[in-house]
Ligand binder design. Structure first.
Ligand SMILES: Cc1ncc(COP(=O)(O)O)c(C=O)c1O
Length: 371
C-alpha cells in the first residue's frame, strides 16, 4: 500500500508526542500539563450537556465559547476560531497559508510539531536558530542566510507562507518583547503566528498586536492554563476576514458539544484561572531557584515549565532523565540537533511545574543523583 502514499509522508519521521504512561505509573512532569483539577464548573457543564443528549451535531463554530471568550478577552466574537486543541488551529493555518513546495519559517529550538506540519503539507521548514540568550536575530523577520539556519535547508526560491513563533517559547519559557514581534511582522512577506499556548503564565500577552496589524495572529489553548489537556480545545485570534476564510478549511464540526460546553465554562471561570496561575508561578520560582542551586543553567521562564541545562558536560541529561523515570518521575529529555552550534550542548531537561510536593520530590531525586 505504501506505494500509494504521498512521498513527503513516506519521507517524514512523524511527530512524537511526550510519553503518556498509564494512570498512577509515574508523576507526569513531561508535557506541560497542569497538575491541578480543572474548575468544577467544567465538570458540571459536561454532565449537563451529556444529559441533554448527544444525538445532534454541535454548533459548527462553537458560538457559546466565542461569546464567552469575547467577554473575557475584550475582542469581538468573530475574531475567534475554535479548534480541537491548538494543534488543530496550527493544522488549519498551515493548510490555509503554506503552499505545497512552499516554505514555513520557525524559530529553533521550539515546538517540533511546526516542522511536521510543514512536512505533511509538502513544504520545507526554514529553521532560524535562537541566539544563546533566547533572543532572535534580525533576519528572523527578513531573509535568513543559509548558514544561520538549522540543519534543514530551505527549498531555493520557495515562497514563504507563514512564520511560527511560540511566546513564551518551548522549551526555554522565554519571551520576545512585543515591539520586536511587531518589527518582525512588519518586515515579513507573510503572516506571523504567535503561539500563546503558555501566555496565561506570562507577564503580558500579544492580543493588542492583532488589533495593530492583520499580519499577526495568535493561537491559544485550554490544555495548560485551564488544566484541560484531555479535553482538546484551543482557539485562534485573528481578523474576522481571516477567520471567515479559515472556517472553509477546518472540519465542519471540529469541536464536539462536550468540549464546547466545557471550554465555555472554563474560560468563564477566571477566578479559577487566576488562582491556579498564582500556584503555578510560586512553584515555578521554587523549581527555578533550586535547579540553579543544583548547578543547572535555567533561563527565567514565563511558562509552566523550565529548561534546564547543566554546563558540565560530564553530567548526562539523559542519565538524569532515566534516573527520575526509574523513580517514578517523568520529565522531558529533549535533543535538538544543530543547537549545539549555539549552546554547546544539543540537549537538556524540560521540567513541567508540578504541585509543590511533586516538584520538591523531583528536585530531591535530582539532588540525590548529582551527589
Ligand atoms: C508551543 C505549543 N503550542 C501548542 C501546543 C499544543 O497544545 P494543544 O494541547 O492545544 O494542542 C503545545 C503543547 O505542548 C505547545 O507546547
Amino acid at each position: 500500500m505504501s506505494e500509494y502514499i504521498r512521498q513527503n509522508i513516506l519521507d517524514m519521521p512523524g511527530y512524537i508526542p511526550g510519553e503518556q504512561p498509564k494512570k498512577g505509573e509515574a508523576v507526569k512532569m513531561n508535557t506541560n500539563e497542569n497538575p491541578y483539577r480543572a474548575s468544577e464548573s467544567v465538570y458540571e457543564a459536561i454532565r449537563r450537556t451529556a444529559d441533554e443528549g448527544l444525538s445532534r451535531y454541535p454548533n459548527s463554530t462553537g458560538e457559546s465559547f466565542r461569546l464567552a471568550a469575547s467577554d473575557v478577552l475584550g475582542i469581538p466574537a468573530d475574531w475567534i476560531l475554535c479548534g480541537n486543541g491548538s494543534d488543530d488551529i496550527l493544522t488549519i493555518l498551515t493548510r490555509a497559508f503554506v503552499p505545497e513546495n512552499g516554505l514555513l519559517r520557525l524559530a529553533y529550538p521550539s515546538y517540533i510539531l511546526y516542522r511536521s506540519l510543514a512536512q505533511i503539507q509538502g513544504a520545507a521548514s526554514e529553521e532560524v536558530l535562537f541566539n544563546i540568550d533566547w533572543t532572535l536575530p534580525d533576519y528572523f523577520g527578513k531573509a535568513p542566510q543559509t548558514e544561520t539556519l538549522c540543519h534543514l535547508r530551505p527549498i531555493p526560491e520557495a515562497p514563504l507562507g507563514l512564520v511560527y513563533l511560540p511566546v513564551p517559547n518551548s522549551p526555554s519559557g522565554t519571551v520576545i518583547p512585543k515591539e520586536r514581534l511587531l518589527e518582525f511582522a512588519e518586515s515579513l512577506p507573510c503572516p506571523l503566528l504567535i503561539d500563546e499556548a503558555y501566555a496565561d503564565f506570562a507577564k503580558e500577552n500579544c492580543i493588542d498586536l492583532v488589533r495593530q496589524t492583520p499580519k499577526i495572529m495568535i493561537s491559544r489553548t485550554l490544555s495548560k492554563s485551564y488544566s484541560l489537556a484531555g479535553l482538546r480545545f484551543g482557539f485562534l485570534i485573528a481578523r474576522p476576514e481571516t477567520i471567515s476564510e479559515l472556517i472553509k478549511v477546518k472540519d465542519s464540526y471540529n469541536c464536539d458539544s462536550l468540549s464546547i460546553a466545557a471550554a465555555t465554562a472554563a474560560i468563564t471561570d477566571q477566578k479559577w484561572r487566576l488562582e491556579n496561575r498564582e500556584k503555578i508561578l510560586a512553584t515555578r520560582r521554587y523549581l527555578t531557584d533550586r535547579m540553579r542551586r543544583l548547578g543547572f543553567t535555567v533561563p527565567d521562564s514565563q511558562a509552566n515549565f523550565t529548561w534546564n541545562v547543566h554546563p558540565d558536560r560530564t553530567v548526562s541529561h539523559k542519565a538524569v532523565y532515566e534516573y527520575l523515570k526509574d523513580h517514578g518521575y517523568l520529565v522531558r529529555y529533549m535533543v535538538y540537533p544543530g543547537w549545539e552550534k549555539i549552546a554547546g550542548r544539543d540537549d537538556g531537561l524540560r521540567i513541567t511545574v508540578g504541585t509543590p510536593e511533586q516538584t520538591e520530590e523531583c528536585l530531591d531525586l535530582i539532588e540525590k543523583f548529582l551527589s
